[in-house]
Write a protein that binds this ligand. Structure first.
Ligand SMILES: Nc1ncnc2c1ncn2[C@@H]1O[C@H](COP(=O)(O)OP(=O)(O)OP(=O)(O)O)[C@@H](O)[C@H]1O
Ligand SMILES: Nc1ccn([C@@H]2O[C@H](COP(=O)(O)O)[C@@H](O)[C@H]2O)c(=O)n1
Length: 223
């Protein structure tokens, strides 16, 4: 691997494996790992906690100024905090997933988030960082040495997501996943690979094969 700090940008739709695959790939590469969706989710949690309507864009923007967000970027020590509260698990709750797109569609929120993600990338002291989300290959880090669109068929993504969620029917989980993609797609394009972005389609790959595909791509590009 070259001596320069390597930035790996990964985008993709909900349930495509961005967080789990990116974290495992970062671990294997000895890189940091940044989950950008966690910041939008944590802001949604913070806004709900303050009793603010997530559809009130002005109130959400006002909340940004005091948003005390921290994230762990060591893939072996992942956490998300808002102030002193550990929200690592809470931000995955369905009540957050249901409203996070309201927050993410506000342009002023996106501007602040892009600044935040870039500052985390700049602060990374490992040989590289894998950052994943929806607009990392196109907006946050279009100059990243390695840019990947991680995808899988909607059927595969729904099956994987419903396998990890208990207490909700597969059909409800599937509807929520496609509805969130539809809302998020109005704001950024994470369904089509931009010029220079490699597509990794995991529909017919198992988890380890997908991680290997990402790691091999990084090594072959950077070495
Ligand atoms: N290639 C694969 N084969 C089988 N299961 C996979 C594969 N890739 C990921 N998974 C599993 O699919 C599920 C969804 O993955 P993950 O949460 O990483 O997706 P995501 O893209 O980050 O989703 P979201 O955007 O909704 O947060 C997890 O249970 C993960 O272990
Ligand atoms: N770069 C990003 C990352 C995320 N979002 C928004 O956050 C939501 C949660 O993301 P997950 O990856 O944790 O599912 C997602 O649905 C988007 O609304 C984003 O806009 N840009």
């Amino acid at each position: 691997m070259s001596g320069a700090h390597t930035v790996v940008a990964i985008d993709g739709p909900a349930g495509s494996g961005k967080s789990s695959v990116s974290r495992a790939a970062a671990r294997e590469l000895g890189f940091d790992y940044q989950d950008s969706g966690a910041a939008y989710r944590a802001l949604a949690w913070y806004v709900l906690d303050a009793g603010i309507d997530t559809e009130d864009a002005d109130a959400v923007i006002a909340a940004l100024d005091g948003f005390p967000y921290t994230i762990g970027i060591d893939p072996d020590d992942y956490f998300v905090r808002v102030g002193d509260t550990d929200v690592t698990e809470a931000i995955r709750e369905p009540r957050i997933t249901a409203v996070v797109s309201h927050i993410a569609r506000v342009p002023a929120v996106r501007v602040r988030m892009v600044e935040l993600f870039r500052s985390v990338i700049a602060a990374s002291i490992r040989p590289g960082i894998v950052t994943e989300g929806r607009d990392i290959t196109t907006v946050v880090s279009p100059q990243a040495q390695v840019r990947i669109l991680l995808t899988a068929s909607e059927e595969a993504r729904m099956a994987r997501r419903s396998a990890e969620i208990t207490g909700q029917s597969a059909s409800d989980v599937g509807k929520q996943l496609s509805s969130r993609d539809a809302q998020d797609s109005k704001v950024v394009d994470f369904m089509n690979a931009a010029d220079g972005v490699h597509t990794v389609d995991s529909t017919h790959l198992d988890f380890d094969q997908t991680v290997s595909a990402v790691v091999d791509l990084v090594r072959s590009t950077v070495e």
